[in-house]
Design a protein around this ligand. Structure first.
Ligand SMILES: C[S@@+](CC[C@H](N)C(=O)[O-])C[C@H]1O[C@@H](n2cnc3c(N)ncnc32)[C@H](O)[C@@H]1O
Length: 313
């Protein structure tokens, strides 16, 4: 409870659209792979009452403590598990969640995590360079910042942060090592590329994003989870929805959905189909859904959200 009171709670993004995309119904069984502080989970449980059940997974025990408090009115209809969504099949099996009506992934970091300075996610709050979702992981952002070779650091900023000035930033970081705090790193990036000028985003935004993705192996976990998760959907009509916040995540989701919605995945130009692939999903929207202008006004963090959803065939 102390955690709830000390830190602003995360505002869940595109809640109505998520509930519609999952076609949540009373008595249904749902898995929230990124339950966080339980915002989407609460809306799912409310819509699935009476009798709906939800299994919530998160790597972050601090977020789970908030979710536990928030979802307590739903009693035995909620199971919360500290774990990695890439292990969704094993987690569901060990908690008696066989076939499921809907699966949600809401990717990235929450405001709750960003605002805890000691977690090291935010360039505007002084804290240790940590950035781990799970305190049981070994690798921290400080290990990467202080341990990687300059070329590898530049490559990471380029690949995961889409940072055009990756070489200049990597050089400046290496010159200033050891870098132990978020604000020290943000200053080093500022020195490398200059202050923000007219831009609304801080110059260290992409560097922090890239480090967070690398520390938590986010893209590999997402790709693995998608492969695993859709096999759990309870036959025709069960649904899967994914909220992503940057292009690399969205590309993985788009390509996965597109492949699973196709009867043939042979390389283009193959004269005769040899893959024997059969579509397992039907796309619910060809283009991702975006938040309304009103939602972006109320919750600016939602501005980059893209929602993709598919139905099991
Ligand atoms: C945007 S937040 C989710 C917020 C949540 N939907 C809500 O309404 O409160 C994303 C969450 O995903 C969790 N997460 C990130 N990678 C994960 C993984 N591989 N397995 C499980 N949880 C993960 C983070 O710890 C974070 O709490």
């Amino acid at each position: 409870m102390t955690v709830v009171m000390m830190t602003a709670i995360h505002i869940p993004v595109m809640v109505r659209e998520v509930i519609e995309a999952l076609a949540v119904r009373p008595g249904g069984r749902y898995v929230d792979c990124t339950v966080g502080e339980g915002g989407h989970a609460e809306a799912i449980l409310e819509t699935a009452s009476p009798g709906g059940q939800l299994l919530g997974i998160d790597r972050d025990p601090y977020a789970l403590a908030v979710a536990e408090e928030r979802l307590s009115p739903y009693g035995d209809n909620v199971v919360l598990v500290e774990g990695n969504y890439q292990d969704i099949v094993g987690i569901c099996r060990s908690h008696g969640f066989g076939l499921i009506d809907g699966i949600l992934l809401d990717l990235g970091v929450s405001s709750f995590q960003l605002e805890q300075a000691r977690r090291g996610f935010s360039f505007s709050r002084q804290g240790p360079l940590d950035m781990r979702f799970s305190p049981t992981d070994m690798l921290t952002a400080a290990d990467i910042v202080n341990g990687y070779r300059e070329e590898d650091l530049a490559d990471l900023l380029w690949r995961f942060g889409d940072e055009r000035r990756s070489r200049r930033i990597a050089r400046c970081i290496v010159e200033q090592r050891p870098i132990l705090t978020t604000t020290q790193l943000a200053r080093a990036v500022e020195q490398a590329v200059g202050k923000r000028g007219q831009s609304v985003t801080h110059p260290a935004t992409r560097t922090f994003l890239a480090l967070r993705i690398a520390v938590n192996s986010e893209l590999a976990h997402l790709a693995a989870a998608l492969e695993e998760a859709h096999g759990l959907l309870d036959g025709s009509g069960a649904r899967m929805a994914v909220l992503s916040y940057h292009s690399l995540e969205d590309r993985i989701v788009k390509e996965f959905f597109r492949r699973e919605a196709s009867d043939c995945i042979c390389p283009p130009g193959t004269p005769v189909c040899t893959c024997n692939h059969r579509a397992t999903l039907r796309l619910l929207n060809r283009k991702p859904l975006r938040p309304s202008d009103l939602e972006v006004l109320i919750n600016p963090r939602s501005r980059s959200a893209r929602l993709r959803a598919a139905e099991r065939l």
